[in-house]
Design a protein around this ligand. Structure first.
Ligand SMILES: [Zn+2]
Length: 297
């Protein structure tokens, strides 16, 4: 594996960067399965540096983007769709908020659409929606579960005929080695006055500071972290302004929570107890993720 090193912040290019957290795994040994959305190997973290100027936290050394894309295209995540109900609840809240915002049309692009849970809801709400997803497995899941035809690939291969009124990045930017570069690719696809929505963990949150290395957002797939300062910096630099910001609440089943805490629970034979536990839904507000609505100026 070719690891690269940084001497400056990838977001604002300041050289005033300091070690932030020491990594807990050998980056040479990572593979595609470490990048699963449902990965329960929490506390598996990169060595992170933080930027004193903009507050951005980034993996250093890091895996080049081409390699990460390769991991995602090979990704198979059989567990993801089993929590569709909880995920749909998270997304319904976003849609409700989006519906209240003035926008230049009803076209919507979801980047990193996974198995299409969000896009399915968007279609039902009357949005003319498209999705991009690198994983062949998840693209097939979206077709199987919702009849959706996602574009399989990355933003670099995607050449839309029209601009979109809304672009959504739900838990995406913390997976990218260079979110700034990504924005320069995504924003030309957004109409003027169009709405950009993203959800990302907040490294400055109480939960992040309190849990330390045990914070559940520390996982191999998360190669950077934002706080409100770095989010604002990123958006302003790309000619966007925040119009609404909310704390993202997580909905999932008790089963999902238990299998995160006790991975061995998954290996138990499915029985009545598991069925009951799967049917109990929880809503957790940890105030440790931002849900940002921004407008392109
Ligand atoms: Zn910076």
């Amino acid at each position: 594996m070719i690891l690269k090193k940084r001497t400056a912040c990838p977001l604002c290019h300041s050289e005033n960067v300091k070690p932030f957290k020491k990594g807990t795994f050998d980056p040479e040994k990572i593979n595609s399965s470490d990048f699963k959305i449902t990965d329960s190997n929490y506390g598996s973290m990169w060595t992170f540096f933080s930027c004193k100027k903009c507050g951005f936290v980034f993996a250093n050394p890091y895996v080049p983007e081409e390699k990460i894309i390769e991991f995602y295209s090979q990704l198979e995540d059989y567990e993801y769709s089993s929590e569709a109900e909880g995920r749909a609840k998270n997304f319904k809240t976003i849609l409700k908020r989006l519906n209240k915002i003035e926008k230049p049309g009803n076209t919507l692009l979801d980047v990193g659409a996974a198995s299409g849970i969000f896009l399915d809801l968007c279609q039902k709400e009357g949005y003319e929606s498209s999705g991009i997803e690198p994983s062949r497995f998840l693209v097939d899941e979206a077709e199987r579960l919702y009849g959706l035809k996602l574009f399989q690939g990355t933003i670099d291969d995607f050449k839309p005929q029209k601009k979109f009124a809304v672009i959504t990045l739900l838990d995406i930017i913390e997976h990218l080695t260079d979110p700034g570069k990504f924005m320069t690719k995504i924003l030309p696809m957004l109409e003027d006055k169009g709405v950009l929505i993203f959800v990302t963990p907040d490294i400055n949150s109480f939960a992040a500071r309190f849990a330390g290395k045990r914070w559940w957002h520390y996982r191999t797939a998360h190669v950077n972290f934002f706080n409100l300062k770095s989010i604002t910096y990123l958006l302003e630099k790309h000619n966007c302004k925040i119009i609404k910001r909310k704390r993202y609440a997580w909905n999932f089943s008790l089963y999902y929570l238990l299998t995160r805490i006790f991975p061995s629970f998954k290996k138990k034979k499915p029985g009545t107890l598991q069925k009951i536990i799967k049917s109990i839904n929880l809503k957790l507000q940890l105030f440790d993720s931002w849900e940002i609505y921004a407008e392109k100026k």
